[in-house]
Write a protein that binds this ligand. Structure first.
Ligand SMILES: *Cc1c(COP(=O)(O)O)cnc(C)c1O
Length: 434
């Protein structure tokens, strides 16, 4: 399978090349030339298959001959050593718990798959590879964990100082080894801009082998489609009827992966793009104009993105047609007060503790229903509530229990390098490492 750039200024490349370059040289995002359609018999057999079986089948269609099936299966079994259970709260309301990986957030899925794919493709390269990542919180920890101690790869994480939670910060600032955290005096958008500028800097790229691990990397995006199949498989063991996914969104990688699954033949009735006050996409879906804007800080901070990088892919999937997109996706946005109410409501009605990101998706689904929408809702719960303990406490009156693996990290010393939000500082730092 070959991959083209959404900017269409370069010739299509192999999967290997798309993964290693991250962003296309024309600054577009890589997309598969065709989205493979899976057989009806595969779709029907989903309830009988394990996550690893489903993932291997789906992945093999996107990767083709570049990774032999046996290697692919080994790599997938190693990456997905945790469960992704579907929890029923009501016949039409289910929670897909995506937070049972090592960093307790769904980004483990993409990061663990991508790091293993990269290590596989780079196993014969003699040169050190730098993975550059901008994070608003959870990407940094998932990528750091995913690549921790992977030989030949150094990870450099840029994060906005003071704008990620303590629990998020310790997960990428306490590892050391091949993981470096740069604490940027600025916003997440500044961090994203710095990374993009670094990739566009010819000078730098001649010296360093740079690659990206943000949701723009196709190897982070593809594995996220696996759990849409797996969620559907679990639901079908119990219920017939239309399936609706509600996706708490920031850069829209998660939602785009769901659209991939649908194009591959997964019967998805509808998608809900659930955002906080960073509502660029819901506004586009409602009003028809795409107006990127600076991000604002919210209590669901992993979704604080004003100009989502995967919008280019979403739009591309619909041939840049707004009406086609509106048929498949509805957008809803929630204020922080509404998000707190949603956490409380979920606690009171279902005795279920949800994190602020999942809460946004829950309330968006309920609004969709109230407006006459139908279907079994699957809410993607993207983070463990303990990762946002203070926010959860402010909504439901008590702290969620912190899992052991996180509690230990909180006592470790933080190691980060302060950085301004101008590109010169970053360039100097990277060059001095070359
Ligand atoms: C990254 C993240 C999101 C947003 O996912 P996108 O793919 O960027 O839309 C939602 N929730 C949590 C907890 C996240 O870490």
């Amino acid at each position: 399978m070959n991959y083209y750039s959404t900017n269409k200024q370069i010739a299509p490349v192999s999967f290997n090349e798309a993964v290693i370059s991250g962003l296309a040289p024309d600054k577009g995002l890589f997309m598969p030339e065709q989205i493979p359609v899976l057989s009806q018999s595969f779709i029907q057999s989903l309830p009988d298959l394990s996550f690893v079986e489903i993932a291997t089948e789906v992945a093999s269609h996107f990767i083709g001959q570049e990774i032999p099936e046996k290697d692919l299966q080994t790599l997938i079994a190693d990456a997905f050593n945790f469960d992704i259970p579907l929890v029923e709260l009501r016949e039409d309301l289910h929670i897909l718990e995506l937070f049972h990986g090592p960093t307790l957030a769904f980004k483990d899925v993409g990061a663990r798959f991508m790091s293993r794919i990269m290590a596989y493709f780079l196993r014969n390269v003699g040169q050190k590879v730098y993975v550059l990542v901008a994070t608003s919180g959870d990407t940094g920890s998932a990528v750091a964990q995913g690549f921790y101690k992977v030989p030949g790869i150094d990870v450099v994480i840029l994060y906005p100082s003071g704008k990620v939670s303590k629990v998020q910060e310790v997960q990428f600032t306490t590892l050391g080894e091949n993981i470096t955290a740069l604490e940027v005096n600025g916003t997440f958008d500044d961090c994203q801009r710095l990374v993009k500028t670094a990739f566009a800097d010819v000078n730098l790229r001649n010296k360093l082998y740079l690659t990206s691990a943000n949701s723009i990397n196709i190897a982070r995006l593809l594995p996220q489609s696996f759990y849409y199949f797996y969620a559907y498989a679990q639901l079908r063991r119990k219920y017939k009827g239309p399936v609706v996914f509600s996706v708490p969104s920031g850069n829209y990688g998660n939602l785009t992966a769901g659209l991939f699954a649908q194009r591959m033949g997964l019967p998805v009735h509808h998608f809900i793009a659930a955002s906080n006050s960073n509502d660029t996409v819901p506004l586009y879906l409602q009003k028809g104009t795409y107006l990127p804007k600076p991000s604002v800080a919210t209590i669901s901070n992993a979704m604080d993105v004003g100009d989502p990088s995967n919008f280019a892919r979403m739009s591309d999937l619909f041939g840049n047609s707004l009406p086609s997109m509106q048929q498949q996706i509805s957008g809803y946005s929630l204020s922080d007060a509404e998000t707190r109410n949603a956490m409380k409501e979920m606690r009171d009605k279902f005795q279920y503790t949800i994190d602020p990101h999942g809460a946004v998706a829950y309330k968006a689904f309920e609004t969709y229903k109230a407006n006459g929408g139908e279907g079994h809702g699957i809410i993607l719960a993207t983070a463990h509530p303990a990762k946002f303990g203070d926010v959860v406490e402010s909504a439901i009156g008590k702290q969620p229990i912190l899992p052991e693996q996180l509690a230990t990290l909180l006592n470790k010393p933080k190691k980060s390098i302060p950085m301004s939000n101008s590109f010169e500082g970053l360039k100097e730092f990277l060059m001095s490492n070359a």
